[in-house]
Design a protein around this ligand. Structure first.
Ligand code: TRP
Length: 354
């Protein structure tokens, strides 16, 4: 216990924040996706594929954040089904419960408990400035709940419970991770070092993989835009249809030019990420070819990329007993780590130990 506290002090003092950790302890990664829709090619290329690689070097915790999903209205049966499918798809993509902790947020009550405490260290004004809250409260103008407002506090609890060093997220979540860091810093300042200060870990743009909508390549591929988005579980026919309809331009020349040819550039990025070929190679392959050849070829590459994932996820979803054992074991392991942090927090704020 004493050793652990010292270790955390060192880590939060910044000693092991970057580069090689002095304690030779792996850095902690935490991330999550809401089961509010199907996982997409965008979620895979932009997040999960990266999470799989991170498992080798980091101590990773990956979550299905169902409590975040209910900040907007969900159909209960759909939410339950999607959370379980998401777990099957996590596994099919290569997230490995022997390497990482995989769990469902609502199974670890410490998230809700820490969230309450943290909400007492978060300013109303800070939450009011969150751009995602402003956007979502416009989209759901008839249902602006306090859960939607305090969503970033729950996200801070997710991250801080596990003494997370790095949070792989998309650019749209950077503001939330920064708020989390501010809350942690404030709490550490009022009491003493309690939380590791996390950092957003945003994939570099030149590592490709920011997948845009096939229908509107200026927007990120999103589950709320069904035609522009390829789901991990889409059949080959559906995938091919979506690629054939992908928006391009009138130049009929396959060339990477993000400014002037966002549709074609997006397709090249997808092709390159799906095949492992560089953008240069991809452009050479399609030099002199029209879009009538190019678009189905990208479709085929994606079909082959997703085929093993779809098949494995379809197999796993039938094996309820296995999924159950994965999420139970995940929740047990997550709960142990989370409780250590929560005990510390309760002690510091002045709650009587049970
Ligand atoms: N808010 C994130 C999103 O919508 C999901 C999320 C919840 C998350 N808790 C998290 C991401 C903790 C990273 C870490 O994308």
């Amino acid at each position: 216990r004493g050793k652990l506290i010292k270790l955390n002090r060192l880590r939060s003092a910044g000693a092991g924040q970057r580069g090689v950790s002095m304690e030779n302890k792996k850095k902690r990664i935490f991330s999550g996706i809401q089961p509010s829709g199907e996982l997409t090619l965008g979620s895979y290329m932009g997040a999960i594929k990266n999470w799989v690689a991170l498992q080798e070097e980091y101590d990773c915790v990956y979550c299905i954040v169902d409590m975040h999903a209910i900040t907007v209205r969900q159909v209960p049966g759909d939410l339950r089904r999607r959370a379980l499918e998401q777990l099957a798809q996590y596994l099919a993509c290569g997230l490995d419960p022997r390497k990482s902790i995989l769990f469902i947020q609502s199974h670890v009550p410490q998230h809700a408990e820490l969230s309450w405490v943290l909400s007492c260290y978060t300013q109303f004004g800070e939450l009011s400035r969150m751009t995602q809250f402003k956007q979502k409260s416009q989209q759901h103008a008839d249902n602006i709940t306090s859960g939607l407002f305090t969503y970033p506090v729950l996200m801070a609890a997710d991250i801080l419970l596990y003494q997370t060093d790095l949070v792989p997220v998309g650019e749209d979540q950077r503001q939330h991770v920064e708020l989390c860091r501010d809350i942690a810093q404030r709490f550490n300042g009022v009491y003493s070092d309690t939380f590791v200060l996390p950092e957003a870990f945003i994939q570099r743009v030149d590592q490709g993989a920011r997948v845009m909508s096939l229908g509107n390549p200026l927007n990120k591929m999103s589950k709320s835009d069904p035609e522009g988005c390829v789901n991990l579980m889409d059949s080959p026919e559906v995938i091919q249809r979506k690629f054939k309809r992908a928006v391009t331009d009138s130049e009929t020349c396959v060339r990477y030019d993000k400014e002037n040819k966002p549709g074609v550039s997006n397709l090249l990025t997808i092709y390159s990420a799906a095949t492992g070929k560089s953008l240069e190679e991809a452009q050479e392959i399609f030099a002199g070819q029209g879009y009538g050849v190019f678009k189905p070829a990208v479709g085929d590459a994606v079909i082959e990329l997703l085929r093993p994932i779809r098949e494995e996820a379809a197999r796993l979803i039938k094996d309820k007993a296995h999924l159950e054992s994965v999420y139970r074991e995940g929740a047990r392991r997550a709960g142990r780590v989370a409780q250590r942090t929560l005990d510390k927090v309760h002690r510091k704020v002045g709650f009587i130990a049970r």
